[in-house]
Design a protein around this ligand. Sequence first.
Ligand SMILES: [Zn+2]
Length: 427
Amino acid sequence: MDLILRHANLPDGRRDVDIGIEAGRIVAVQPGLGASATIETDVRGRLVSPPFVDAHFHLDAALSLGLPRRNVSGTLLEGIALWGELKPQLNHEAVAERALAYCDMAVAQGLLAIRSHVDVCDDRLLAVDALLDVQRRVKPYLDLQLVAFPQDGFYRSPNAEENLLRALDRGVNVVGGIPHFERTMADGAASVRRLCEIAAERGLLVDMHCDESDDPLSRHIETLSAETHRLGLHGRVAGSHLTSMHSMDNYYVSKLLPLIAESGVAAIANPLINITLQGRHDTYPKRRGMTRAPELIAAGVTVAFGHDCVMDPWYSFGAADMLEVAHMAVHVGQMTSLDGIAAAYAGITTNAAKILHLDDYGIAPGCRADLVVLQAADPFEAIRLKAARLLVVRAGKVVSRSEPRASALSLPGRPASLSLEFMPGSI
Ligand SMILES: [Zn+2]
């Protein structure tokens, strides 16, 4: 074998497991693996996780903070206006350069798969071409999936339909939408129908920004679920944000949850963004705005958590850290039960991978050897500490390495976090 990681803890609770890697694939996951390898590393009870997956991001806007100016009010609407000011000033190289810089940050954070929406409401399709270029360039170390996103409205923006189809023709392979931003509720529903039909005709996945408001009467997730069911798109559709569900009538939600589950529509919440952008019209009590993640999970819906934004017109913060995303999800969603913590971790790993339809993802024989060694013993500790990514491995090769943090002291009885011994220079 090429590489064996010995004495690993896995996210599912297995302890003291050896992971054997050969020719870029995981070939063995078992205690006391008898084989030998060119490089053997004792991870001494640290968590070895499949890589983080961000199910919802905007790479075309990431790291643009301050261009052409800062968002003074910090609101969603000023963010959209600011993006409108920046768009005409963008060029291919600048968009690609920022996106590549973000992908470098992502890899260092163990984030090896990103689903990014890309704005198609620009007749030049400049961001589309730039991100398709970036997608090719990062392929050896990061899976970048692109969603054709009509930011200014599929029907509200003059050429959005034509531009969206052009983007799909160029190789973008997920259909996006923004029904709550259309002129009327009826236009929003019509956009959902048309976009789902486009996806069905072309055999594509769907991921729509859906009901991203505090409006308790917004109903686009209902339409998205019904259209998914009508067109037989089960398992291929995600609704992103769904923040209006936070404010909906409880009786209506009791009907809606089984409808979403029946259609196999996944839900993607963006806790960092939802907690900062929603509830802005409230005095007190002030709504949190994140969708009903625990209730969706209990209803059998696949739920993932996305980063959405990093240093862009909508959100000034962020560092490509999916553990920060899960940390916020646990707090906003009050997911502090043991099951809740496990679900938050699944939301940035396995569930997100399922939504992206990533092949060969996971720590099991046959999977591609993508993994992260964390300075933590288990998912709880990883989220609590936003733990250092000691090693990031892609297809069996180390692509990033970080020093352990001296401040990250473990609980008594857990493995010492400070030793460098397990990281021989030979890797
Ligand atoms: Zn978004």
